[in-house]
Design a protein around this ligand. Sequence first.
Ligand code: MN3
Length: 237
Amino acid sequence: MKRRFFLNTAAVAAASSLLFRAENSFAYLLAEDQYSLPSLPYTHDAFDAIIDTQTMQIHHGKHHASYVANLNKASVGLQLPKSPAELMSRIHTLPDEKKSAIRNNGGGHFNHTLFWTLLAPQTQGGEPSAEVMQAIQSSFGSMDTMKEQFTAAAMSRFGSGWAWLYKKNNRLLIGSTANQDNPLMDESLSGISGKPILCLDVWEHAYYLKYQNRRADYVKAWWNIVNWNTVNSLFAE
Ligand code: MN3
């Protein structure tokens, strides 16, 4: 009974909460295949008006899959945390010869796994909770201002990277990171630190087939498929 409820009504939120669970969530996985590609909680054509089917197929099945495969390769011989979130917080402590491969591919795995849970087909993403709205208002003044600042972060990230809304000391902040860095990494690597509750992939592979050079159109359309239910869960954890 409990399990059915979990799968049917909270699958997406649960998937994202797995990312942040520090203990034995992935303990059953074999050491040589420590990390695995999560399946998507929707079909590849779920966002067709906003993110086209082919982009979803390539982005998840090729790009994300490569990060997982390369992370597993780079992990051989190392005792790494099975939780992707815990792995992020340890990257700065890794030996130099392994650090960049695990930073890039582990970051890629963590970021994409989180990103998928933060998308929902239009009308299915819910609304910000009262707590999230209050935090947005106290940190930015209004939802519109938060969206403007987030969009500016996404637009001003030169080259490949991510835009983030993240929680730090009970405040919400907005920033961006290069490549596959994220706010769970040590600030000396990523430039920002905190707990991410919303993210947007602004690598060209995320939008080029449909939008080409028009990143602004992609960012504007993406707001329509934000999964606020996941944002609410991440904020509340
Ligand atoms: Mn990507």
